[in-house]
Design a protein around this ligand. Sequence first.
Ligand SMILES: [Zn+2]
Ligand SMILES: [Zn+2]
Length: 446
Amino acid sequence: MTSKAQASPQQAAVSSDGTTDYRPLRSSAYDMKKPHITELPMTWKNWYQHLDWLSIYFIIVVPILGLVAATRTPLRLYTAIFAVVYYVMCGSGITAGYHRLWAHSCYKATIPLKIYLAAAGAGAAQGSIRWWSRGHRAHHRYTDTSKDPYSVEKGFWYSHMGWMVMKQNPKRIGRSDISDLNEDPVVVWQHKHYIKSVLTMALIVPTLVCGLGWDDWFGGFVYAGILRTAFIQQATFCVNSLAHWLGEQPFDDRNSPRDHVITALVTLGEGYHNFHHEFPSDYRNAIEWWQYDPTKWMIWTWKKLGLAYDLKQFRQNEIEKGRLQQLQKKVDEKRAKLDWGIPISQLPVFSWEEFVAQARSNGQALVAIGGVIHDIAPFIKEHPGGKALILSAIGKDATAIFNGGVYQHSNAAHNLLSTMRVGIVHGGGEVEIWKKTRAEKGAETA
Ligand SMILES: [Zn+2]
Ligand SMILES: [Zn+2]
């Protein structure tokens, strides 16, 4: 299987960093040397060549036809229930299969589980595992750059659907290594038989189930087939758009991925995207027990059933480090916006005598506290303890008075005081000067 895969026309040369060029399934004849249509400006003559018509057909035209058909097709209860169940099955084929198993190798799956996930994922009509994972790995490697195939920097709608509606230049998408996927027989088989797989799983199976089950052939085709597929597509597209646009960034805010419960609800738990981009090989997207991540619970259940193994989980210590660093960053940003006074190291130095001499000059009211000189002139009238007390401290060392000698000032008072700093006293303060003078006097008398 491996050698066959390597001989396939979809394969290209391996580059120096071990990655391979990727060629789309349906254009194996595509010549990488010729200028790509995206390199030419869009004109009235060539605009239709800029559009990816097969994608447009699958993600826009068919869903619209489905909606039109739905207006003339009664929705039967069994069909509705089956559509929801099949929605979850195919949706998890993408989230637990395409995304967490194949794109990120968050766990290992037995062959029966792999076959189930490959089939269920095909039912979501989002391309083959190989194509999907390759783009997704590039998305993680080059997040928010021009090499990110669905960069939110190109706009919300571009990241949601535009990247599929408009043709993409394969030369511009960042490289990613998919050598492991080329060695996975389930991936290779699904890639080679993709169109058959998608038609079978997305349309034929739901039609057969509803038709043979309760004789609702057309209802099954429209609701459990077309519209259910369209819903999964839109839900998955939200991971590329909404999850890079809405929510919190508890682990890192250098790039766009965000955590939000709404995205999680829409995407079977893929909404904790900030965590996911930081710890992509963790089988969980949500790490708290109360957060909504049914995909994680499914993988955990498969492990209990012996179908999945080697579930990867980042150490809690590393996760907490990331969370704390981001928290610290936010605190530092807030701190930088506030006035904390001139830093001590940048204040001019005065002798005790200079301080005393200037204490009341030029409209100043200087007070030394803890070796730092403060100009309290603008604050005299506002002093909650009254004018008299504060006036009595001018030109003096008020360290003891301020720190409990008269009144134990609050933290807020300490903060406010620091904004009034204007200088520092050489030698630390009055007490130190006394000691020095006394020592000098002692030396003289001795
Ligand atoms: Zn992302
Ligand atoms: Zn991912």
